[in-house]
Design a protein around this ligand. Structure first.
Ligand SMILES: Nc1ncnc2c1ncn2[C@@H]1O[C@H](COP(=O)(O)OP(=O)(O)OP(=O)(O)O)[C@@H](O)[C@H]1O
Ligand SMILES: [Mg+2]
Length: 255
């Protein structure tokens, strides 16, 4: 039995007349990979922001490591946020800093480590992500895939318990996307974090998933495997399956 790290209990979130999360329950277990998928504009990114406490729900509870973050004040919330590493679409590197400085930034801002220790940690992580020799380059001099890897290196610097990836392969070709996902798997094994990935890369991404959460019209459905999604009797899930995976799909044939 693995431990629950994130739990939504009956969460409702609306913007004006539009209900984005309609009484949602979900559970994310420690050390596992959860993929969140579904059509555009259905609340995947909003869900990420709720998890980070950047948005608050209208009702319901959101627990991170058993603590209800929906009632927390800013200071406690900031403390909780140190558990998270985040990699969003653009990788959000600072253009004026080179690779080394971008990756060193969290250690400089959030720890009291000395220059030598920071240097050692940054170089070690860059090496693990295949970026040795690129320390002096600026973001404009990197390929899309390299930018994502630098973003991942930076997100990993504070050794997060939970990694959030919101469409981390945007702008990459299919081959590079696959490389990034392989890298996620490897780094996850190495660092042991819990991983939550929002992705449109279906069905590729499902190979990584310990569970898949499909989001549609405010309802969130959790599936233990891609096959389970296919077997769903719900018409909207069947429509999603046909649209994204075709009629017949077996995850073990994807390797
Ligand atoms: N701060 C906000 N104020 C008002 N509406 C918002 C806000 N944030 C998101 N929304 C709305 O909530 C809905 C869900 O947005 P969200 O960004 O979560 O979609 P998504 O599932 O991530 O879509 P995509 O796959 O295109 O990234 C959208 O209709 C969006 O317009
Ligand atoms: Mg989004």
């Amino acid at each position: 039995m693995s431990q629950v790290v994130i739990q939504f209990k009956n969460v409702v979130k609306a913007f004006g007349q539009q209900t984005i999360l309609d009484h949602v329950d979900l559970t994310i277990s420690s050390g596992k990979t959860t993929v969140i998928a579904g059509p555009s504009g259905q609340g995947k990114s909003v869900t990420m922001k709720l998890i980070l406490g950047l948005l608050r729900p209208d009702s319901g509870r959101i627990l991170v490591d058993g603590q209800d973050i929906t009632v927390m004040r800013a200071k406690a919330l900031n403390e909780v946020r140190t558990k998270f590493g985040v990699l969003f679409q653009g990788a959000a590197l600072l253009d004026s800093l080179n690779v080394f400085a971008n990756v060193a930034l969290p250690l400089e801002e959030r720890t009291k480590l000395g220059g030598e220790e920071i240097r050692a940690r940054v170089l070690a992580t860059l090496a693990q992500l295949g970026l040795t020799g690129h320390e002096e380059k600026y973001p404009a001099q990197l390929s899309g895939g390299m930018k994502k890897r630098v973003g991942l290196a930076r997100a990993l610097m504070l050794q997060p318990e939970i990694m959030l990836f919101d469409e981390p392969t945007t702008g990459l070709d299919p081959e590079n996307s696959l490389e990034i996902y392989k890298l996620f798997l490897e780094t996850q094994k190495k660092f042991g974090y819990t991983s939550i990935i929002v992705s449109h890369d279906i069905p590729k991404i499902f190979n990584l998933a310990d569970q898949v959460i499909l989001v549609n019209k405010g309802k969130f459905s959790t599936f233990a495997s891609p096959e389970d999604i296919q077997l769903s009797k719900l018409p909207e899930i069947q429509a999603f399956v046909q649209y994204t995976m075709g009629k017949v799909y077996l995850s073990r044939e994807m390797e």
